[in-house]
Design a protein around this ligand. Structure first.
Ligand SMILES: [Zn+2]
Length: 301
């Protein structure tokens, strides 16, 4: 009996220690980059679920029952926004019926609300394909965006979990310091990419181009979201040559048949880039950016 009382006392003591508190927040991230950012800012103190992996196309996933169940238990939803998830998130939110993560609630965080969007259309013509009214949604490929979103997300975590505010602030400071150092190193390593012309499969890369000083001269998709047709590829074959264009880039989750066809005809190398962080393997955003630069630099050698 006495031993039992002691164990209870020890357990009570342990749960009262600041470092061993229960996970205060359940996070549901739409994409692995936001799951990784939440992990960096929370230092393992919160539970994080990523709805997609780096090998999935975040434009198109199914709002399947296992996702709905996770969303039902979430305190904080972290997504890109800007219509990236327009095909599945509204349905997921409706089916989950979780009041905490509905639009306008503190538990609803859209990363695109905190950055300057590129390619905001002046007129909206849906016949031009998957054109997003709020601009290009592939915002996680620009270091400044990540830093801004880290600041905003820290504020939100504190709003939801005030008891841990000192920890969130400390983690954010450390993250930003490491991030800025790592990104300065990477831009230096990638200096030779400046001014290079590229072809993209899908228009996923304008933020990366903006950061690295590359420019896109064509996309394999004739209009966003529409697969490459042979007539469009044939036109590109006649227009492009290896002298002008350094590489054809695509996200690793995309079928590279069209890119390989054009490469065989023109000699322009194909570069497959990771679309995001391998969250389940514990990859960090810094490592993901490093892998992007590694792949781009290898193509230029
Ligand atoms: Zn897109």
């Amino acid at each position: 009996m006495r031993i039992h009382t002691k164990i209870v006392a020890v357990l009570v003591f342990l749960t009262c220690l600041p470092g061993i508190s229960q996970a205060a927040i359940n996070v549901f991230a739409c994409e692995p980059e936001w799951a990784a950012l939440a992990r960096a800012l929370s230092d393992g103190e919160i539970k994080i679920y990523s709805a997609t992996t780096s090998t999935q196309d975040p434009h198109h996933i199914q709002a399947r029952p296992s996702l709905i169940a996770k969303a039902r238990r979430a305190d904080l939803l972290i997504c890109t926004g800007a219509e990236l998830e327009a095909g599945w998130l509204p349905l997921l939110l409706r089916k989950a019926g979780n009041a905490k993560i509905q639009p306008g609630q503190p538990g609803y965080f859209m990363a695109a609300d905190y950055v300057d969007m590129l390619e905001v259309p002046t007129t909206l013509d849906r016949s031009l394909g998957d054109i997003h009214a709020s601009g290009n949604p592939h915002i996680h490929l620009e270091p400044n965006n990540i830093a801004r979103i880290a600041n905003a997300l820290t504020q939100r975590l504190i709003e939801l979990d005030e008891n841990n505010s000192v920890r969130y602030q400390k983690n954010k400071k450390q993250f930003i310091k490491r991030w800025q150092q790592a990104m300065a190193d990477l831009s230096e390593r990638a200096a030779s990419l400046r001014g290079q012309k590229i072809v993209m499969h899908h228009n996923s890369w304008p933020y990366l181009n903006h950061w690295l000083g590359m420019s896109a001269v064509a996309t394999l998709e004739p209009i966003p979201g529409v697969p490459p047709a042979s007539s469009h590829l044939a036109r590109l074959k006649n227009r492009l040559s290896h002298d002008d264009v350094a590489m054809i880039i695509h996200a690793a989750y995309i079928n590279e048949r069209s890119a390989q066809w054009l490469s065989a005809k023109t000699g322009i190398p194909v570069v497959s880039l990771p679309a995001s962080v391998d969250f389940h393997q514990g990859e960090t955003l810094v490592q993901f950016y490093g892998a992007l630069i590694d792949a781009l630099m290898a193509a230029g050698e």
